[in-house]
Design a protein around this ligand. Structure first.
Ligand code: ADP
Ligand code: ZN
Ligand code: MG
Length: 482
């Protein structure tokens, strides 16, 4: 069927999405040995007989990884298993020297939680595989064609988080993953860098007629490494499934790869080819039984999380939900905002509006702590606007100077003559604007109130935006005896 043509008019199908997220933990050492984690070191320099899978070596679970796993489980509102078991997940691949990955299977570390509107099915601990480096068609790596293996990553601690299928659009999936990422970042348990693979997301996607409760057959999109690709991939897969169903065909359960460059979806393996991992309990590791002290320590290590912070901003500071989330989900922004609030107690909503609509566009993705705008400086600028010491548009100019050169808002206003125009100066300007716009005056007197805009505009032009619009309107009315 040609793209875009549909046989069923009206409402489409409802997408159903569940996510599986792998998080590399930023522990000092690997999951089951004492090798340091690797950050771009020379290949194969952070290995030992244990993570290289030599026979006869014994794994020991990393206490810090368990601690981070417990923190994540608790932060996601899960029940922590009193006793969880490590299993061997058996399969052959060149990046897996033991021939199995140590993971958790029937009894995960934590289960049945929630983050935002999405239920968490399970949270478990495992180890990462090594990294295959593929030589391109023409490329050779260290003299070798084909692929080579860098074992530095092998054995890095991972937490896998599996959601229930509670997500219903690509946008919701992206927004929820942002919340999860912000939460993990706040916990300080991972770098959560998607481009570098410390946060990786698979999306399970199915569709169903709206209003039905049974789930359709799902397909799994593997390893999306940016928010944009996650959303694009889900949209493309939902569209593909809709085309299939509308053409009377069936969605088959398979694992898919989304190519963000071409937008194509290709099959990696179907259900028939699915692995049988022959899980069995890892005989070299004791069950994981968190003591009360371990649980207490994990609980005590939880900071205020982004979702709670957003709620607090809404409740205590009366911020709009979207503003509260923007500030709370980008932790550095929330910190900047709260520092500014503490510095000069400006109006919280006004300050939030300056941060989100004026500062954020200047920052892009950068950390506000690295910008030249100091929190207390912005707070004072906002205070000056509220006190009518400076007009809103002049204050934006001041912020521009603060962002490029730094400095104190009061000093910048004084140096550049940006103080709010008022008194005799403004009266003279208003007088001139009225004389210069007789047609507008005529219209206003004739009842056309909007015509006052032309005179206000003339005043703003002459004062270069240093006047207060409301005050100017009042002066014009008074002068025209309206
Ligand atoms: P599998 O056994 O194939 O791994 P699971 O039941 O473990 O499947 O679920 C894996 C992920 O897929 C979870 O995030 C879950 O929410 C999601 N999921 C399961 N069934 C569906 C479905 N029909 N549509 C969308 N997502 C689904
Ligand atoms: Zn090692
Ligand atoms: Mg599964």
């Amino acid at each position: 069927m040609p793209e875009g043509s549909t046989t069923v008019p009206g409402r489409g199908y409802e997408p159903v999405i569940g996510l599986e997220i792998h998080v590399q933990l930023s522990t000092r050492t690997k999951m089951f040995c004492s090798c340091a984690l690797s950050f771009g070191e020379q290949p194969n320099t952070r290995t030992c007989p244990i993570c290289l899978g030599h026979p006869g070596t014994l794994p020991v679970a990393n206490a810090e990884a368990v601690h981070f796993g417990l923190m994540i489980g608790l932060a996601l509102g899960c029940e922590i298993a009193p006793r969880s078991i490590f299993h061997r997940k058996n399969y052959f691949y060149p990046d897996l020297p033991k021939g199995y990955q140590i993971s958790q299977y029937d009894i995960p570390l934590a289960r049945d939680g929630r983050l935002g509107d999405v239920r968490i099915h399970r949270v478990h601990l495992e180890e990462d595989a090594a990294k295959l480096v593929h030589a391109g068609a023409s490329g050779r790596i260290h003299g070798a064609a084909g692929s080579v293996v860098d074992f530095n990553r092998g054995g890095t601690p991972l937490v896998e988080i599996v959601t229930e299928p509670d997500i219903h659009s690509a946008g919701e999936a992206g927004e929820w993953l942002r919340l999860l990422r912000a939460t993990l970042k706040r916990l300080g348990v991972s770098d959560v860098n998607m481009a570098e693979g410390s946060l990786r997301c698979d999306a399970n996607v199915s569709i169903r007629p709206p209003g039905t409760a049974t789930l359709g057959t799902k397909a799994e999109l593997k390893n999306m490494n940016s928010f944009r690709f996650l959303e694009q991939g889900i949209d493309a897969e939902v569209a593909r499934q809709e085309r299939l169903v509308r053409a009377g065909e069936e969605v088959v359960q398979e694992t898919l790869h989304y190519d963000p460059v071409s937008g194509d979806i290709s099959s990696l393996r179907s259900k028939e080819e699915a692995h049988d991992y022959r899980y069995f309990p890892e005989p070299d590791l004791v069950p994981l039984v968190p003591s009360d002290a371990m649980l207490e320590r994990a609980r005590a290590a939880l900071p205020e999380l982004p979702a709670e912070r957003a709620e607090r901003f809404e409740r205590d500071l009366a911020l709009a939900p979207a503003t509260a989330r923007l500030l709370a989900f980008r932790g550095e922004l929330g910190d900047f905002y709260e520092q500014a609030l503490a510095a000069d107690s400006p109006d919280p909503r006004e300050l939030a509006s300056w941060v989100t609509t004026e500062l954020v566009p200047r920052l892009g993705d950068a950390d506000p702590a690295e910008s030249k705008v100091a929190p207390d400086g912005l707070a004072r600028l906002v205070g000056m606007v509220s006190a009518r010491d400076v007009s809103r548009s002049a204050a934006k100019e001041v912020l521009g100077v603060m962002a490029s050169e730094g400095g104190d808002p009061q000093a910048i206003v004084a140096e550049r003559g940006l103080a709010l125009a008022g008194g005799g100066e403004l009266e003279a300007v208003v007088e001139r604007a009225i004389s210069a716009n007789p047609a507008a005056v005529e219209q206003i007197r004739g009842g056309k109130q909007q015509a006052i805009g032309a005179i206000v505009g003339a005043v703003m032009r002459e004062t270069k935006g240093r006047a207060d619009g409301g005050a100017v309107q009042a002066m014009i009315r008074e002068r025209l005896k309206l």
